[in-house]
Design a protein around this ligand. Structure first.
Ligand code: TTP
Ligand code: MG
Length: 358
């Protein structure tokens, strides 16, 4: 019996939920993210629907840039972007509902982020039978949640994940074990998880752009040029991946951050914002079913965009919000004076993260 893995990923997830819930948004470019504040907003885009992506707006685009692209579209006579703020609680609820639908049909499901999961559907016995099963999941998500997912089916997690991204939105892509290597060969090396923009540039400098070009290197060459990573890629670019689908996904960390309307070194403002971020993160920790964490961290971005993270790990798990808040404050204080801020720079952004969740 072949190993058969499915990966699904919701399309433009936060934006699709907002379009679903507000009919007036439908058919228009939509961005979910920070407040654009007439172009002066300082946060980023969480996600853009496909109409807004056509304007060049994507996840992590500065919200001010998104605003500018929207204004340019307006001047061209195209519809401007509608901007909506993030409602994490709502998206987490929809995520749970979607995962529950998939779980009805898939015995072992590994949630990989808020809007994607892997499932082991080998039990279906064949790629045809697995495809039928997965089409029924996709149809159930559409009828029960009125949202589309893109689905990829492959002989392992690697191929399933790449396949699900192949024909977004509303995609359905099946790659059998026999097809897997040929499926990967013509793709950009960027398709391989773990190869990001920096590695892509490094490879391009060696005239390697496609998976099939990287395949020309022998194991010894891969090892000599790229070390341990090279050995991992050697298997991946040949469509080999035996990582298991693991049921128990847990968020590794929970974080929140805020970009201020104005850079500041006002300790009262900073301490207050830090407390709010800390409370927000702790509330989400509880909401997601945890009751303690062991590591807390803060991120400080200065006016010149230098970004520093400082973390503290407790010997024992911490269960109460006030203790988290006290520790965050201890981490922040050196940034308010010369210890961590010798040039007395103003602060642009504060972030709070909790890790080692229990
Ligand atoms: P993705 O699945 O990466 O993106 P998406 O679902 O919006 O669009 P696609 O159709 O390409 O899958 O991420 C899921 C959600 O996670 C996304 O809707 C918003 C959130 N997110 C952020 O908040 N910031 C980010 O940088 C990214 C990548 C996602
Ligand atoms: Mg998605």
């Amino acid at each position: 019996m072949p190993r058969i893995i499915v990966h699904f990923d919701m399309d433009a997830f936060y934006a699709a939920i907002e379009e679903r819930d507000t009919p007036a948004f439908r058919g228009l470019p939509l961005v979910v993210g920070a407040d654009p504040a007439q172009g002066r907003g300082r946060g980023v885009v969480s996600t853009a629907n496909y109409k807004a992506r056509a304007y060049g707006i994507h996840s992590a685009t500065p919200i001010s840039t998104a605003w500018r692209f929207s204004e340019e579209a307006r001047r061209r006579g195209q519809p401007p972007v509608t901007f909506v703020s993030v409602d994490m609680r709502k998206y987490a609820g929809v995520s749970s509902a979607v995962m529950a639908i998939a779980r009805r049909a898939v015995p072992v499901l590994e949630q990989a982020s808020i809007d994607e999961a892997y499932g082991d559907v080998s039990g279906a016995g064949s790629f045809e039978a697995a495809s039928e099963l997965c089409r029924s999941i996709k149809a159930a998500i559409l009828s029960e949640e009125r949202l589309t997912a893109s689905v990829g089916i492959g002989p392992n997690k690697l191929i399933a994940k790449i396949a699900s991204g192949m024909h977004k939105p509303d995609g359905f892509t099946v790659v059998t074990e026999a097809e897997a290597e040929a499926f990967l060969a013509p793709l950009s090396v960027r398709a391989i998880p773990g190869i990001g923009p920096k590695t892509e540039a490094l490879l391009a400098a060696q005239h390697i752009r496609l998976v099939e070009e990287l395949k020309q290197l022998s194991p010894a060459e891969m090892d000599a040029r790229f070390g341990k990573r090279g050995r991992e890629w050697y298997a991946k670019i040949r469509a080999q991946d035996d990582s298991p689908v693991e049921e128990h996904w847990e968020p590794k960390s929970i974080s929140e951050q805020e970009t201020f309307d104005e850079d500041t070194l006002d300790s009262q403002i900073l301490v207050e914002r830090l407390s709010q971020l800390g409370d927000g993160v702790f509330a989400r920790l509880v909401e997601e079913g945890f009751d303690a964490c062991r590591t807390v961290a803060i991120t400080v971005r200065f006016a010149d965009f230098t970004t520093v993270t400082r973390a503290h790990t407790f010997p024992d798990p911490v269960r109460d919000g006030p203790a988290v808040r006290r520790e965050l404050l201890k981490l922040l204080l050196p940034f308010l004076d010369r210890r961590e801020n010798p040039r007395r720079q103003r602060i642009r952004l504060l972030g709070v993260r909790v890790e080692k969740l229990q």
